[in-house]
Design a protein around this ligand. Sequence first.
Ligand code: C2O
Ligand code: CU
Length: 479
Amino acid sequence: MKRVSNRVVSRRGLLQAGGGLLLSAALPPFPARAISSDGYRIVAAPTRARLAGADQTETDVWAYNGTVPGSLVRLRQGKPVRLLVENRLDQETTVHWHGIRLSNTMDGVPGLTQSPIKPGESFVYEFTPPDAGTFWYHPHANSLEQLGRGLAGAVIVEEREPVAVDRDLLWLFSDWRLTDEGRIASGFGNRMEAAMSGRVGNTVTLNGRVSEAEPFRAGERVRLRLVNASLARIMALRFPGHRPVVIAIDGQPCDPHEPAAGRILLGPAMRVDLVFDLQGEPGERYDVIDDFYNGLSYRVTQLAYDQGTVRRHALDASLELPRNPLPEPDLASAARHTLTLQGGMMSMAGMSGMNGMMRGGMMGMGHGAVWAMNGLSMTGDGHAGMEPALTFERGRSVVLVLRNETAWWHPMHFHGHSLRVLSRNGKRVPHRQWQDTVLMAPKDVIEVAFVADNPGDWMLHCHVIDHQMAGMMTVLSVT
Ligand code: C2O
Ligand code: CU
């Protein structure tokens, strides 16, 4: 295929498709459409999906390549790729490659790193993923509605030496707010919700449908790549009867460890890779539970031992993934800064009215902002024109103290960098752990460190999209 060097190309230029699929047999769902051996074509367009199951109502959704979630994009570490994104929505869009450390012009923030892709137009994203792991992609324009209507997909960057497993599975979760008729409820951007937990939905899908059960075989070892693609729903997953081991967080390998109390916290935009052995017997079923919201626990799916036995004794193989080439921050010489999260309803007690909102942190809030960082609010999807909250010289080691002064949870996402999580509330994090999306409980104080080695203006925002839109966003600049 002819190489398209300009970023915005016409639709006619896109149609010379060809080439083989970059897919392995181990991961069946949603093959991306390869346009050549080093490229993909991804079309954002309205379509319909049966979220609740085959014989259920169809829902109007917006999707990448006609499925929710969108095409799985499989890349190789260190190998350049071109992704041609075609906009067939009736509004502007962009794609953000969440968690991938790429150059600033490919980051997908409209007005800041690129012009938005207009309806009928396309944009070619080109980058070389430095890190292997589990990532995802989603729009960064009108994000609340575009993500809330289904635009999201996973990106898997393959390790050169993956851990040995029988199956490598992807579980991408989406959270929908459906009406009784099975339509996506309108009312995106409700100010009251934005000041609280955001638009939490009423229907959780696993790979695009409500899941009754997922088939497994006794004795097999699986890698499970969890992606939380919801707007606002935080999940706390438990696998009773099983002992999952966390091997990577936000795509970055960590010291393999069992999660505290067997509970895997997965905030919006976070990824966790698990490995575990299926220790049940043929015919058995085990619930997978999400019990994050007090009193609202529900069954996400069941592990169904439907398919015979693979082996009697667990595999004896290392669960350690090869590390990614992340620069280690020099803590002794690091620049230290504090970012304080402010605003929102004061507490659940304040829910009866808006009076409890925003005592303190009001400074600088305007344009519908109900949240702020260090007294400043940037609203919307990201744009140029706001002074960066912090500016770093390229190559500088940085320690950031993130202080959540609010009564709410916030998954704080940093574009362009992965951050080493050093401590939570004064306690050292015991496992080597890098994240691009750091989930903060109310009142949490979390210390992170990174090397500001990626030049450009980078968004930093809460990934509860209502919070982002309503002010919990800023820019970090690396010059
Ligand atoms: Cu996944 Cu700025 O977002
Ligand atoms: Cu938030």
